[in-house]
Design a binder for this molecule. Structure first.
Ligand code: ADP
Ligand code: MG
Ligand code: ZN
Length: 497
């Protein structure tokens, strides 16, 4: 970020509130299905999530479990008692006129995650992780009959986890590093799809400035409508500039909610927060408090999957991968699993470590390129991990060249077929007979007088070009290092004019 001079005068303070839809099969307090992807509006509803009088909510145990798992992964304390409260406010998307949430006894509290920006690690404390229900969806329309809103109750009562940090982030970059890591952890745990674009991972940064050295916080702005990490970064950077300018002019930042406008790349006021909301919280009378036993928490803790930081460390120390490779391979659990499945398919524990580097190279290089071009995630790769391992072993044992390997991978990706089959069918196996390579070199030398003259004139790049031509002539089936040696001896044999 370019910190322009006025902004450098102030310290940036950011706290984040994120909502993640919890991956359960049924809603938070009723049996309605959470899977309404592509379904008609208002088809997954019942008297409970419609807010009819006289009905009783029932706590979704899976949602509680996933929330506690999240708290554990975020280094939180899990108190032995939690309770639900009613948060009262009137709004058309709120079916009951109140939302069931957790006020003063959340499921998880006092955690943290460490994030790294430009090689500097900082700790972002987590204030709490609690469970609540989502609201219905309002769709604002306008046409010849005027402005109106449609209501889709399918989303009402979906389980939501709210994860709130202390105001610890000190730059938009640090806040985005936090979001990225939180997102990664949720996906590793499998507790949420956490897809920002689909709105099942929504983040609201609160941002304020204060003079360096001050121990009081300035008044904050809450940012909404951020549906990508990029929008979050831009939105926060915009606010830093805007608030810096106001303070420079001796003004006072209005405490309010501002929405990010993608079209204009700026934030605009949505509603003032000067007078605090009175939600008249009180304990939800229709639900018992939740007793969380120590044994239950420890069972969940011991069943947590290996988390991204630990896995990255292991990839470095055990497989000898670089920090960069380990970080990219562990970006998602699916990618790390793919990598380790491929390794497991290379035979023998010894070869497993030896194969780590080449498998990582092929996975992060050519396979990722093919996936990107096809717009596919690793989960949907047409090449199975064992097949990639087989390909790498063909290359490592010099049965095919690296160049041929690329062709084989392309064909594998397109057809899902076995590498050995493709090698045999397309005749891509290494040329064992040196005389075939010699013949190719002779014809390349004859056809490229200019490059040959360049070589003799001392232009060493000409060799690279000629080797490339021979590789092309042999369709990548020769060994490039051998080709170069044979080529040089032929060239030098011809002698300088
Ligand atoms: P509110 O009552 O407005 O919702 P909270 O105290 O609940 O405010 O805090 C909401 C979020 O805002 C938290 O993540 C918190 O860390 C953050 N926050 C609180 N005060 C500030 C501030 N002055 N500047 C930036 N973030 C803040
Ligand atoms: Mg709050
Ligand atoms: Zn329902």
């Amino acid at each position: 970020m370019t910190s322009s001079p006025p902004v450098a005068k102030y310290e940036v303070v950011i706290g984040l509130e994120c909502h993640a839809q919890v991956n359960t099969r049924s809603k938070m307090f009723c049996r309605c299905s959470t899977d309404y992807s592509g379904g008609e509006p208002n088809t997954h509803v019942c008297p409970v999530c419609m807010g009819m009088p006289g009905v009783l909510p029932v706590i979704n145990a899976q949602a509680v479990e996933f929330t506690i798992m999240t708290g554990l992964a975020l280094n939180c304390e899990i108190p032995d008692r939690a309770k639900f409260d009613r948060k009262n406010y009137p709004y058309p998307d709120l079916m009951k006129g109140y939302q069931i949430s957790e006020y003063d006894m959340p499921l998880c509290q006092n955690g943290y995650i460490d994030v790294e920006v430009d090689g500097r690690t900082s700790r972002i404390r987590i204030n709490r992780v609690h469970l609540e229900e989502d609201t219905a969806r309002l769709l604002h329309r306008s046409d010849q009959s005027g402005d109106y809103s449609l209501l889709d109750v399918n989303r009402a009562g979906m389980p939501l986890m709210e994860i709130v940090t202390e105001p610890d982030a000190r730059s938009p970059q640090e806040a985005v590093a936090y979001l990225t890591k939180l997102h990664q952890i949720l996906r590793y745990l499998g507790v949420s799809d956490a897809d920002m674009e689909k709105g099942n991972f929504r983040c609201e940064p609160n941002l304020s400035l204060r003079p360096h050295g001050s121990d009081e916080y300035g008044s904050k702005v809450e940012l909404k409508n951020l549906n990508s990490f990029r929008a979050a970064l831009r939105g926060m950077e915009f606010e830093v500039e805007r608030q810096g300018r106001i303070l420079d002019e001796g003004g006072h930042v209005v405490s309010e909610t501002r929405g990010w406008r993608e079209e204009t790349q700026e934030t605009a006021s949505q509603r003032s927060k000067e007078q605090a909301h009175d939600y008249r919280y009180f304990p939800e009378p229709d639900l018992p408090p939740i007793a969380v036993s120590h044994e239950y928490v420890e069972t969940l803790r011991s069943a947590l999957p290996e988390l991204p930081d630990a896995r990255r460390e292991r990839f470095m120390t055990y497989y000898g991968l670089s920090a960069y490779e380990a970080a990219v391979l562990t970006e998602s659990r699916a990618k790390a699993d793919y990598f380790e499945a491929a390794l497991a398919a290379s035979d023998g524990a010894d070869s497993r470590q030896a194969s780590a580097k080449p498998i990582s190279n092929w996975l992060l290089g050519d396979l990722s390129r093919l996936l990107n071009n096809a717009g596919l995630e690793i989960e949907a790769a047409p090449v199975r991990p064992e097949q990639l391992a087989e390909l790498v072993s063909l290359i490592e044992s010099a049965k095919i060249s690296g160049t041929a390997g690329k062709q084989v991978l392309d064909a594998m990706f397109a057809s899902g077929r076995e590498p050995a089959e493709i090698v045999a069918e397309q005749g891509l196996g290494r040329i064992e007979d040196n005389s075939v390579v010699e013949a190719a070199i002779t014809s390349v030398i004859a056809a490229n007088e200019k490059a040959v003259a360049d070589y003799h004139a001392g232009k060493t790049e000409a060799v690279k070009f000629l080797v490339g031509q021979v590789m092309k002539e042999t369709r990548g089936r020769a060994n490039a290092a051998e080709v170069q040696a044979l080529l040089l001896s032929q060239l030098d044999g011809i002698g300088s004019p």
